[in-house]
Design a protein around this ligand. Structure first.
Ligand SMILES: Cc1ncc(COP(=O)(O)O)c(C=O)c1O
Length: 413
């Protein structure tokens, strides 16, 4: 293979049809953000949007903004924008709460629809909250509902008529491995098992086709690839065909069919609105909507195409420049099996993560030994990838990772 040099990466930047998107973001000097898979950077327009929401809508408009500024409808409006990114239709996605809370709502809705079945199935080593939410439900169900976790390759064999619901990540949070949503959903459906897909690491990063896959439920985060800001509201998808049967366990007043009738008895809204619970946080919603609106300037298909080129360049450069330093690729090598980040395992991963952070590389670390590098094509340049690998090489050559202070596990990685 011919050696990859800096000028080659610069040439790729010149030819990049998405290069203009970068200027939409605030990107501090001296830092390269390879963590957009965890917290997307600040879009410049979000600052303006938040100021307008605070001053004009809240300050001047006051309570009338619930109708005049579209606050009340925002969970559905923003939900529809997300729906267009994940292969869903208008009225199938609603925004609010956290991903963990939406997992709880989706699991309970599936359990309600599949009464009589006692197993909630998940794979081992999935993102912990997914499993913890199941365990929480089990704890309250007095043995009537059990959480079962199995090895990822054993999922299909465990789809029995006792299983009420299967919860899976579409993209694995450590490795970025993509699951075959269509095949798994179909196998589950043959056994009457409802599936909840966690799209946290796929929404805004890869093409998702919920309706084409006949998906039942899905949830996902707003603060990662959607650039919605820290703690942005999450979303839940409920297939239209299930909406009249699926109940939200969090039967708050905003999910009522007529919230402002203020009646004593709960009647759920006839549609996705039943998955609202309480008053939406409008500042978070405004930031999320602004982040999502950036997607109107491009398409997931084009973003994915660039992300794959960036990922390949990163892996090739890591092999070329850092091959001798003990990194093992933890992500799938095949493009169609790997989503929006590239992960390496390394026994000194924690120290390396800390040392490259000092050099301005914003990545993250997942215990026990995984370094994750987010490949976010809206603002990353090919020359950034080159620079990041040079900085990793520097840290490895100088053994900067070996400082005693880097041996102490940071509380947040
Ligand atoms: C796959 C996955 N699911 C769920 C969550 C948790 O989301 P939240 O903190 O919004 O509940 C995360 C957070 O990183 C995640 O990566």
């Amino acid at each position: 293979m011919t050696k990859i040099i800096k000028s080659y990466c610069q040439k790729l930047d010149k030819k990049d049809p998405l290069a203009h998107l970068r200027k939409a973001f605030y990107l501090p000097k001296g830092k390269i953000n390879m963590d957009g898979n965890s917290l997307g950077p600040l879009p410049k327009s979000t600052k303006k949007r938040l100021l307008a929401t605070v001053q004009q809508e809240w300050g001047d408009g006051m309570i009338a903004s619930w109708s005049n500024a579209g606050w009340f409808d925002s969970p559905i409006r923003v939900g529809n924008k997300i729906a267009s990114l994940i292969g869903a239709a208008d009225g199938e996605v609603i925004v609010g709460d956290t991903t963990s809370v939406n997992i709880y709502k989706a699991l309970c809705a599936a359990i309600y629809m599949n009464k009589g079945r006692r197993i909630m199935l998940a794979e081992k080593r999935n993102f912990p909250t997914d499993i913890y939410m199941m365990q929480g439900i089990s704890a309250f169900a007095d043995g009537k509902l059990v959480t079962k976790t199995v090895e990822p390759e054993a999922i299909l064999d465990n789809l029995t008529e006792e299983v009420a619901v299967l919860l899976l990540p579409h993209v694995h949070y450590k490795t970025a491995a993509i699951k075959d949503m269509k095949a798994i959903t179909q196998k589950a459906s043959e056994k009457g098992v409802l599936v909840v897909w966690d799209l946290s690491h796929s929404v805004g990063s890869i093409e998702v086709a919920l309706n084409e896959c006949q998906a039942d439920f899905a949830v996902g985060c707003g603060y990662k690839f959607l650039n919605g800001g820290p703690g942005a509201p999450a979303f839940i998808y409920v297939a239209k065909r299930h909406q009249s049967k699926a109940l939200s366990i969090l039967s708050g007043w905003m999910g009522h069919q007529d919230p402002f009738a203020f009646t004593d008895d709960y009647t759920p809204a006839p549609d996705i609105a039943r998955f609202r619970c309480g008053t939406p946080g409008i500042l978070g919603m405004a930031a999320l909507e602004n982040g999502i609106d950036l997607f109107a300037q491009t398409s997931i298909k084009d973003l994915r195409q660039k992300a794959l080129l960036l990922s390949q360049l990163f892996m090739d450069l890591m092999a070329q420049e850092c091959g001798e330093f003990g990194f093992t690729l933890a992500s799938p090598t095949e493009d169609e099996k790997r989503a929006g980040h590239v992960a390496y395992s390394h026994e000194e991963g924690h120290g390396i993560y800390q040392a490259i952070k000092k050099e301005g590389v914003v990545a993250d670390f997942r215990t026990p030994d995984i370094l994750r590098f987010g490949i976010t094509p809206m603002y990353l340049r090919f020359r950034d990838i080159y620079k990041v690998v040079q900085l990793i090489k520097k840290v490895m050559e100088t053994k900067a990772w070996d400082r005693p202070v880097y041996k102490i596990r940071a509380a947040i990685t």
